[in-house]
Design a protein around this ligand. Structure first.
Ligand SMILES: Cc1ncc(COP(=O)(O)O)c(C=O)c1O
Length: 464
C-alpha cells in the first residue's frame, strides 16, 4: 500500500517499539527458555509480571463457582452482563476497587468511588490523562530512569513531549529541586509549555518508594508552577519491606496547605501488577478534579473494562478475607524472591540499588562495561541477551543518564528458573574476570619484558 494512503500516525515510528526494551522481548519470543523443550533458550527477565500468587486467586475461583460462571444467587446474569455498556462502570466493582486501593494503603486514605474512572489498564489511564491535561506540543516532566512504555503511552497518539528530570545514582536516583528546575528550564528553552510532572511510586524501574520529602517537594513545585502531578501507583501493592509506601493521596491529606493543589493531582492505578492480571486490562484514574473525572469518563469509551471482568473482580475484591490474605502473602513471596535475586547477583559480584517494592531490581553492572558509554552498555546487553541467554532491560531504554544500569525482573518465573539465570550470570562474570586477569597478566609480562630489555640495553651501553 502506498504510504500516502495512510495517516502520518500510522507510518511514523514514534511508537517506541524499536527501543532495546521491546527488541529484547522479540529476541526472547524467537528463542524462549523452557526447562524441557528449550533449556538453552533465553530467560525472560525483562517483563514486570507478577506470577507469584496466582495459586491464591485460582483457589478462590475454585471455591466460588458462581461469579466465574456468571451467576448471582444461582441465577444466570449472562444477559445483564452481555448488554451492560455504561462507561461509568459497575458501582459494585468501583466500590470494591476503591476499597482495595485503600486497603493496600493500610486504610490511611479513603478513595471515593465516584472519583474513580475505569480504564483498560494503566496504559489507557495515563494516555487518557494526557488527553485531559495537555495539548499536542505541551510537555510533562518525568524523573529518570522511567518505564520505557511511557514513550508510547504519553507521547505517541497525544503529541505530548516528555522532558526528563535527570536523577543520578549519587543520591539513589531521588528527585531534587535542582533537577526539577533544570528540567523545567530545558522545556522552556525548547518553547514547550510544561503541563505537569509524572512519577511512578513505587518506581519502575528502581523498585523504591518515594521519600516523603520528595512528595512534598513535588507538591510545592506544582503549586508554584501551576501545573499537574500524576502519580502512577500501579506498584502500590508490591511494597514488601520498609520504608513504608506513602501515596500522594496521603501526603495531600496531611498538609492543609496542599488543599490548593488537590485539583491538580491525579492517581493512576491498575490490577496488572498487584493482582498479576495484565491480561484482564483493568486500570483506573482517581482524581479530585470533577472536570477531569467527567472528561476521562467520556474518553473511557475507547477502552472500557468488559462487564464480565468487572463482575468477576467485584466478587473477588469484595471478599475481605481473601484480599487481606492475598496482600499479606503476596508481600511475603515478593520479599523472598527479591532477596533471592539480590543474593544471586551478590554471589556474582554484582550490586543492586537498595529497594523495597516492585517486581524487579535496578542492577549495577558498571564494572562489567568495556567502556563507560552507552555503546558499552549496548555491547554488554547484547552479550547478556545472546551469550548468557537473559533478556534484561538496559538503563538506556529507561532513559537513565548513567551507562551500566539494568532492570532485572524476578516475579515472572519459577524459583528454579531464577536460580538458573543467576548461575548463567555468575559463569559469565567469572569468564569476564578470567579474561581480564589474563589480559592484565599479559600486559604485566609485556611491561616486565620491556623493562628487562630496556635495562639490559642500558647495561650494555654502560659497558661500551
Ligand atoms: C509504571 C507503569 N505504568 C503503567 C504500566 C502499564 O500497565 P497496564 O498493564 O495496567 O496497562 C506499567 C506496566 O509495566 C508500568 O510499569
Amino acid at each position: 500500500m502506498k504510504q500516502q494512503l495512510l495517516s502520518r500516525k500510522a507510518t511514523c515510528n514514534s511508537h517506541g517499539q524499536d527501543s532495546s526494551y521491546f527488541l529484547g522481548w522479540q529476541e526472547y519470543e524467537k528463542n524462549p527458555y523452557d526447562e524441557i523443550k528449550n533449556p538453552r533458550g533465553i530467560i525472560q527477565m525483562g517483563l514486570a509480571e507478577n506470577q507469584l500468587s496466582f495459586d491464591l486467586i485460582e483457589s478462590w475461583l475454585a471455591n466460588n463457582p458462581d461469579p466465574v460462571s456468571l451467576m448471582r444467587d444461582n441465577v444466570s446474569i449472562f444477559r445483564e452482563l452481555a448488554l451492560f455498556q455504561d462507561y461509568h462502570g459497575m458501582p459494585a466493582f468501583k466500590e470494591a476497587l476503591a476499597r482495595f486501593m485503600s486497603e493496600i494503603r493500610e486504610n490511611k486514605v479513603h478513595f471515593d468511588p465516584s472519583k474513580l474512572v475505569l480504564t483498560a489498564g494503566a496504559t489507557s489511564a495515563n494516555e487518557t490523562l494526557m488527553f485531559c491535561l495537555a495539548e499536542r506540543g505541551d510537555a510533562f516532566l518525568l524523573p529518570t530512569p522511567y518505564y520505557p512504555g511511557f514513550d508510547r503511552d504519553l507521547k505517541w497518539r497525544t503529541g505530548v513531549e516528555i522532558i526528563p528530570i535527570h536523577c543520578s545514582s549519587s543520591n539513589g536516583f531521588q528527585i531534587t529541586e535542582n533537577a526539577l528546575e533544570d528540567a523545567y528550564r530545558r522545556a522552556q528553552k525548547k518553547k514547550l509549555r510544561v503541563k505537569g510532572v509524572l512519577i511512578t511510586n513505587p518506581s519502575n524501574p528502581l523498585g523504591t518508594t518515594a521519600k516523603r520529602g520528595e512528595l512534598d517537594l513535588l507538591l510545592r513545585f506544582i503549586a508554584v508552577k501551576g501545573i499537574h502531578l500524576i502519580s502512577d501507583e500501579i506498584y502500590s501493592g508490591t511494597v514488601f519491606s520498609s520504608p513504608d509506601f506513602t501515596s500522594i493521596a496521603e501526603a495531600l491529606k496531611e498538609v492543609k496547605d496542599y488543599d490548593k493543589v488537590r485539583n491538580q493531582v491525579h492517581i493512576v492505578y491498575s490490577l496488572s501488577k498487584d493482582l498479576g492480571l495484565p491480561g484482564f486490562r483493568v486500570g483506573a484514574i482517581y482524581s479530585d478534579n470533577d472536570t477531569v473525572v467527567a472528561a476521562a469518563t467520556k474518553m473511557s469509551s475507547f477502552g472500557l473494562v468488559s462487564s464480565q471482568t468487572q463482575y468477576l473482580l467485584s466478587a473477588i475484591l469484595s471478599d475481605k478475607k481473601f484480599t487481606r490474605n492475598y496482600i499479606e502473602e503476596n508481600h511475603k513471596r515478593l520479599k523472598e524472591r527479591h532477596s533471592m535475586l539480590v543474593q544471586g547477583l551478590k554471589n556474582a559480584g554484582i550490586g543492586t540499588l537498595e529497594s523495597n517494592a516492585g517486581l524487579f531490581c535496578w542492577v549495577d553492572m558498571r564494572h562489567l562495561l568495556s567502556s563507560k558509554t552507552f555503546e558499552g552498555e549496548m555491547e554488554l546487553w547484547k552479550k547478556i541477551l545472546f551469550e548468557v541467554g537473559l533478556n534484561i532491560s538496559p538503563g538506556s531504554s529507561c532513559h537513565c543518564t548513567e551507562p551500566g544500569w539494568f532492570r532485572m525482573c524476578f516475579a515472572n518465573m519459577s524459583q528454579d528458573t531464577l536460580n538458573l539465570s543467576m548461575e548463567r550470570l555468575k559463569n559469565f562474570v567469572d569468564r569476564v574476570d578470567q579474561l581480564r586477569s589474563r589480559r592484565r597478566s599479559k600486559n604485566l609480562s609485556m611491561v616486565a619484558n620491556w623493562v628487562f630489555r630496556l635495562s639490559s640495553s642500558n647495561r650494555e651501553r654502560g659497558r661500551s
